[in-house]
Design a protein around this ligand. Structure first.
Ligand SMILES: Cc1cc2nc3c(=O)[nH]c(=O)nc-3n(C[C@H](O)[C@H](O)[C@H](O)COP(=O)(O)O)c2cc1C
Length: 214
């Protein structure tokens, strides 16, 4: 695996990361670079007991369009025309108009195997750990894609779309869809929105015993 080129430092990339929901069907890098990032996430992101339960599906081009067409059909059937036309239709069109989507899954057979083999004192923790590792894959890819100049947002139309998506791309039935990460070039002139307000640091961060001189 050769490393994809990311020119920002880790700190710069984490500061640049935002939710960008209006995207164009354009990219800043070849598809192969995005695939390499997905490979790098799979090969480097940690998991509890090295269980490796996260699965990824990357869709570009007609496959990306197909995913959002499946989502549109499922949503319309669920919420009805009135709600669909009251904003949802445009939101889904935004995602369909992007460049690609990464789907994040948990392999439940892998998760069950971890639970079975984990020492008794950890058995009630394994489901949480599966989710935490999936979230780490999401953050890795979100930050890395934005470092490559792409805009990214995270959506959750699972489990509504799971069955149709699994049928369309022959995805194992043990995989459960957890999130859809949409990416593309941010549409020129679209508002990014205010930087989200963060709670006071002292409410969320406690530090003890740090050496003030270092
Ligand atoms: C676990 C998680 C779930 C999220 N779900 C959604 C979602 O379903 N739809 C969406 O548009 N944004 C979603 N977001 C994006 C958040 O709303 C966003 O990250 C947050 O408001 C901070 O804004 P920023 O990403 O621009 O820093 C999610 C983010 C996280 C971490």
């Amino acid at each position: 695996m050769s490393s994809p080129i990311v020119t920002l430092s880790f700190t710069e990339a984490t500061q640049k990361r935002r939710s960008i929901r209006t995207l164009e069907s354009k990219t800043t890098v070849p598809d192969s670079t995005i695939v390499k990032l997905a490979e790098a996430a799979i090969l480097t992101v940690p998991s509890a007991f090295n269980n490796q339960s996260t699965r990824l599906t990357v869709v570009f081009g007609v496959d990306h369009k197909k995913l959002w067409s499946i989502t549109a059909t499922a949503l319309l059937a669920k919420i009805g025309e009135e709600r669909w036309n009251g904003g949802t239709k445009d939101r889904i069109a935004n995602y369909a108009n992007a460049y690609g989507t990464i789907m994040f899954w948990d392999d439940e057979s892998c998760a069950a195997a971890m639970k079975e083999h984990a020492p008794d004192i950890y058995k009630d923790k394994t489901e949480e750990w599966v989710q935490q590792s999936n979230g780490m894959h999401q953050y890795y890819l979100w930050t890395a894609l934005e470092a490559l100049g792409l805009g990214v947002n995270l959506q959750h139309y699972n489990p509504l779309i799971d069955a149709e998506v699994q049928k369309t791309w022959s995805i194992p039935s043990d995989w459960k869809l957890k999130a859809q990460m949409v990416f593309g070039v941010p549409k020129e002139g679209s508002e990014l929105g205010e930087k989200p307000q963060k709670l006071p640091l002292e409410q969320r961060l406690h530090v003890f015993g740090a050496n003030a001189k270092m």
